[in-house]
Design a protein around this ligand. Sequence first.
Ligand code: ZN
Length: 495
Amino acid sequence: MRYQSLTIDVSEWGNAQTSKSIWRLILSHLSKCLSERGFLSFEAEARRAMEQFLGFGADQFSLQEAPRAGGVKDDPMAFTTCFRLEQYLIFADVEMAPYLARRSEQAKPQQHIEIDLFCPDMDSVDSVREQIIEAIMKGFGLTGARSDIVGPKVVSPSRITIDLKGRLTFKEAVSPALYDKVRAKTDRSILLELKKRGSLLESDLKDFASEQVAVDKVRNTLDFFSGQDVQLVERLYAVVCKKTKEIMFLLPKKEEIAKAPGLLCANCGNSIGSETLMAYYKATPALQDLLDGSRWMPLLVKTAFERAGVPADDILTEAKHFEDEIDVLVAYGDRILVCELKDRPVSLNDAYKLSAKTSRLEAVVGRRSQRSATETRSSAARIGDYGLAGDWWSNALGSDQSPLKMVPILMSTQDIAPDAQSLMKDTRPDAKSLANCEEGLEGFCDQIINQINIARMTARFNVIISRSIGDSVTNLVARTVEEGFNLWLKANAAR
Ligand SMILES: [Zn+2]
């Protein structure tokens, strides 16, 4: 499930209206505009179902306002609605900016239509988005420049990311070009060995050649990585004393030995020309940097999440939070994915550590988000409940109405111990783990993002449904159903 969003400023149309129920007019008008252009309306379909079931369906465009307890008139409209076009589910809600208007008295209230698009794939998203924009701009008679009116709803980096960036230090992931060079596992194991030893003489190569990896392969690999284009390994030439096997001189080039014909070995007194000359490999700082803490892994994971639809700016790599190091942090929707990556088998202890790290981060970030959620609710209550305005508030205030959910994720290029996996699941049911992650990484990340998007979409639907029983706002569907029932009752009473 993919997700995209946009907002369209309809203040030009809204400010010309005199009704206080401006959001109702906007949604009603939006339903008309989109229905005329072939979009299916959830409410209209609900009415149709009522018509089929009862023989009566209310016209959702002209519902009566119902008197409520205490004589307060209820607004018969939720501020969110749903449409479908082909495979796309389109959620729309109207957001007002009354609190900004209050802060600065001169500012006029602004009305925006927020659109959330969901689809299994986003292949034709451009065309659907254009159809929506055109329907709204034409239908609402908007004359302003499109670039002023249409914008993204979800901006990147998100407020959560900005907040995280303020609390943590982090490093940019290594460049994709660098990772490409160490993509092959065998190459990487050879480089890791070199990094471990720091340097290596040609005569030692046989030590870490194995049945699978011949000496020639090791030598060729090291030579390749010392090439001009790669420069992860420094290749020098060593003059080795035949007698003591000690390295006497290091030369940048083989030929340079000819430049010092008179030089004698300090150990045995022979001319260095008669000593052994062999290649000497040394790990460069770039190699240390790349392989220290497996820095290529965050890059791999970052790329996979980007392909799954997360904006690059919402992925932090190698984040540090006091003593805790977190390989990759992803802020998406109301989740923070806390990823631990290992280029070795993962043990129970690793799972404990990740679990503790996640809780410590949650204590800091979660506290803030809960406070904001309370502020959000009380602010919304102060100005009157604006339905989904909570979403708008949360965008403005930087947190979702629901507290942020932390999702610990363990990934390993090798095995993950079963007790580590069950510990993760026990402490947090959302936790995920992936062994041999180089194989199925993209599918794994895609699935995680997919699940978040489905939860997001379901939450939108739940708002539509739950608002129907909420006290402050009565949902259109419920009202449509109620009116249908009333008409049915009247018709039956008359008989
Ligand atoms: Zn010597």
